[in-house]
Structures are given as C-alpha cells and as structure tokens.
Design a protein around this ligand. Structure first.
Ligand SMILES: [Zn+2]
Length: 511
C-alpha cells in the first residue's frame, strides 16, 4: 500500500461515489468521476448500482391521483443538492466531513431549507442557539507494520465520542478477537494491545454488533477490565467504506476506538492468521468545542385554522448523508411544494416545517424546539427521516444490491383510528415495513413524540457511513413515502384533533 496523505485518500473514496451529473460537477469544479479512482465503495459500484428507472414502479391507483404531482425523481434531485453540500465540506479538506453541526456545511444546509421553503412562499423564522459542548475529531492517521511490510490505513475513522491519543502516536501489537464476545476473550491477554473486533450490522452501521447499542457486547468491559490500548472495529461490509457509528467506550479507562473497512481489516486478519506479529500505530486528535453556533429553521404555510400539521426534519448528517437525512429534508420540501400550490382554503390546517441541525450532536436544537413550542395546536406530527433505501444483501464475500426499496422501521402514536390510517396508507402506497413497530419512537422523533400524535418510517441500515450515497436512495421509494405522508395528512384533516389524539392527555411544556 503506498503512503498517501489521509485527506487525499478520504477524498478519493468519497469522490468516486459521485454520480457523473453535470449539476454536481459544476458545483464541485475539478471533481473526478468514480472511474478515475481505483478504490471505492461498494466494491464494483459501477456494476452494482441500479438506475432509478430500473426499480419496479407501481402506478397510482384511481383514488391516489391527487398525489401525482409529488415526484420521487424531483425529490431525488433536491437530495443531490443537499449531498453536494456535504461533498463540498470534503473538498475543503475536512477529515470529519458532512453536514456536521456548527460547521459551514451545517449553515449551508439549514439555509438551503430556508431558501427552498421561502421560494415556495412560506414564512421563515430562524431560532439561533448554541450547542454547549461538541465532540470533534480534527485529525487522525494510522497504519500497520509487520516485518518489513507497512501500510497506511485508508479507511480508518473514529467512533463517535471516542477519546483521542493525547497528541501522541500510540503503537500496540494487534490481536484479533473475533466478534469480541466474552467467549472470544477467554484466556486472551489484551493488556496494552490493539484489539481488533469483527463487527456485523445489526441491522446497520450505527448499531453494529461491537457497539453497546446492540446489547451483544460491552466495549467498556473490554477497555477497562482487559486494559486494551486501542480498539479497532472492522466493519463487516465488503469494500472500502468508512464508518462513524456510535458506542465508543466512555469514562475512566476509555481508549481510542476506530472503525476500519473490511478490505483493510482482512489484510490485518490474514497477516495475524499466518503467524506474523502486527503492530498498529494511531494518532487521533479530538477536541471538545464549546458554544457551537447553529440554528433551527421554521417555515409556515398558513391554512384555514391555526391547528397545525408539523413536519420535522433533521439536517445534519455524516459523509454524504443521502438517506440520513437528505431524504427527509428533500421530502419536506416536496410536501411544501404540493401544499403551497393549493389555494389556502383547501388547507384546513396550517403547516409548519421545521429543520433542526444537531440530531447527531446532542439535540440541543430539537430540545429547544420542544421547550419553546406550543404543542396544543399540533394535530399531527410527521418526522421525515430516512425515507428510502435500496435493499442490500451479503452474497458470499460480496455485497449485492437490488432494485427493491428496503422495509423500514416505523412508529405511530395517537388514537387507534390514526394508527390504522397510517398503517393502511403505507400499504396502499407500496411501503414495506417491519412487522413490529418501534415501542418508542427512535430517530429525531424520540423526545418529540410525547407532545403530539406523531408518526414516521425510518430506515436504519446504511447510514453514518460513506455508503450512504444518493445511488442507494431509490427515487421511487422517495416518491411512495412522500405521497403516503400527504395522504395521511389529508385523511387526518377530515378528523378532529380529539379524534386524532385519542383519549391520552399529552404534555405541553410551553403552557
Ligand atoms: Zn437521521
């Protein structure tokens, strides 16, 4: 492996994922196409990606014609403008790139939402705030040495919240501990070692088997009791992706925890497996940023009454963040377009679209919104988040894509009538869902859902990774979900607030 600077490699990996569309090339002058780079993700991407038009598309039924103007292909074009903001942050040399809260790209993303809503005639209100403390990795590099063989890691990435190496480069001997369960650790001496764990998606890259989220593994135990010097999670997805999941060890005894692609991880596995001694070196600089400025954006489309339909979208995202959450942001804009085209007297309720930017960085903005908002007027809340993704499979040693839209996890609260409406509408609009809904709303909706009848569908497989690209967000899935959201709003508009809410009394912190 040639030693190339870390940034150039990150750029190479990400830029090769770019669709060769003229608009993006214009936004990022000098950007290479994927074919000009030899590495990338998924591996064999040029063979693996279906064109949007190759996904089966079910025609609208007779009673769905009112939703014809909601266009999945247009949503996808909007989505690409949002992922281009992320790519610009990569072009500008950020190793920790994407629409990261408090950065220039964050501001561009919320201002993009404000300007799109404004163009549609909505009234904009900005709510500035600051994030008290934010974990921020500023630079990292690492590699391996085995005999006279050396290599710089191309895909190394810090796990969200991990501690750094204190300004030093640390070096430790690598040990491979399988999936890192207690059974794998029996009799192993891990003190001062670079512990390599093979981590599988359960079901996605944020919740992976070597993260505490999954409940399969306890990284704190590994770090604190076994005395590891560092932990490297090899993410079990064929190819050269980068991953920024959650679940780094915290508190006393926490050690630097990084992810590495399977392709690079298997180089280490094979060296260790052939009896070679492998040393890993790592330097990771992390800072805690204080009082990081950001803003919520509220866009209002008045209706006949002051009762409200509320659309929430988080705007931050790691890497391109195509599904997470450019899909939800672009869907919000499309819904606004659909309803803004109608005369006001055809909108029984006022619509409020909220863009909030620090979902992955502490939720200060969302929590401020919860505290300041008068929830008594909100008839129904949609969280537009992760609305469409390609269904992927692992086939032997490779990744296989499909021309199917993945089933999603989902949540709905409120009256039994509302719950029935949401579930039936998903089915009517060709949306596949998990059999068992979330017991408690996840994603951005989590802390908001107690305050208003609310629902969402939310994919959670490919995100917080460089795989989260526009190519894996099918336009037809974007169209189906946005149309279903509009249908649910229209049917809910035939119900009174009491009929939507049911009998449960909801709290309202603003009153
Ligand atoms: Zn998200």
């Amino acid at each position: 492996m040639k030693r190339i600077t870390r940034h150039l490699l990150t750029a190479a990996i990400a830029v090769m994922l770019l669709p060769a569309s003229a608009s993006l090339a214009q936004m990022r002058p000098g950007a290479k196409t994927e074919k000009q780079y030899g590495i990338g993700l998924p591996r064999d991407m040029d063979k693996l990606i279906f064109d949007d038009k190759e996904y089966p598309e079910f025609p609208l039924k007779a009673d769905q014609q009112a939703y014809k103007d909601i266009d999945g292909y247009r949503i996808k074009e909007t989505l690409k403008k949002i992922t281009a903001i992320s790519l610009q942050s990569l072009d500008e040399g950020n190793q920790y790139w994407g629409r990261i809260a408090g950065t220039k790209a964050d501001k561009m993303a919320t201002e993009f939402m404000a300007s799109e809503y404004q163009k549609l005639g909505l009234t904009i209100r900005r709510e500035p705030y600051s994030i008290p403390e934010m974990w921020f990795p500023t630079h990292w590099e690492g590699g391996y040495k085995s005999g006279d063989k050396t290599g710089a890691f191309q895909t190394l990435f810090p796990i969200d919240g991990t501690v750094g190496t204190g300004g030093k480069t640390i070096t430790a001997e690598a040990v491979w501990v399988g999936i890192g369960s207690n059974a794998d650790l029996v009799g192993r001496d891990l003190k001062g070692k670079a512990v390599i764990i093979y981590s599988i998606f359960v079901p996605g890259g944020r919740s992976h088997s070597a993260s505490d989220r999954a409940g399969l593994f306890n990284s704190d135990t590994l770090a604190t009791k076994a005395g590891a010097a560092m932990i490297i999670n090899v993410m079990a997805v064929p190819g050269n992706g980068q991953f920024n999941p959650e679940g780094a060890p915290e508190g006393a005894g926490a050690v630097p925890t990084m992810t590495l692609s399977q392709d690079e991880g298997f180089v280490l596995r094979d060296l260790i497996g052939s009896g070679q001694k492998v040393n890993i070196s790592l330097k990771l600089d992390v800072e805690t940023r204080k009082n990081v400025a950001s803003q919520n954006v509220y866009a209002t489309l008045p209706g006949k009454t002051d009762e409200q339909l509320f659309v929430l979208t988080h705007t931050d995202g790691f890497f391109q963040g195509a599904m997470d959450n450019a899909s939800g942001m672009a869907s919000g804009i499309e819904l606004a377009r659909h309803y803004a085209a109608m005369p006001r007297d055809q909108r029984p309720r006022t619509m409020v679209f909220v863009a909030t930017p620090d979902h992955h960085h502490g939720e200060t903005g969302r929590d401020l919104m919860i505290k300041n908002y008068d929830w008594s007027k909100v008839a129904l809340l949609l969280n537009a988040e992760h609305t469409s993704q390609t269904l992927l499979y692992m086939v032997n040693a490779d990744l296989m894509t499909s021309n199917a839209v993945s089933a999603r996890r989902w949540f709905v609260s409120g009256s039994p009538a509302l719950q029935g409406l949401v579930k039936k509408t998903f089915q009517d609009f060709n949306i596949s869902i998990y059999k068992i809904p979330e017991a408690r709303a996840g994603g951005s909706l989590g802390a908001v859902s107690p305050y208003a009848p609310s629902y969402h569908l939310i994919d959670h497989v490919i995100y917080h990774t460089t795989l989260d690209t526009p190519e894996l967000v099918p336009a037809v899935g974007l169209g189906y979900s946005a149309r279903a959201f509009a249908k649910i709003f229209d049917e809910a508009n035939k119900m009174t607030m009491a009929e939507i809410r049911g009998t449960e009394k909801l709290p309202n912190p603003a009153k």
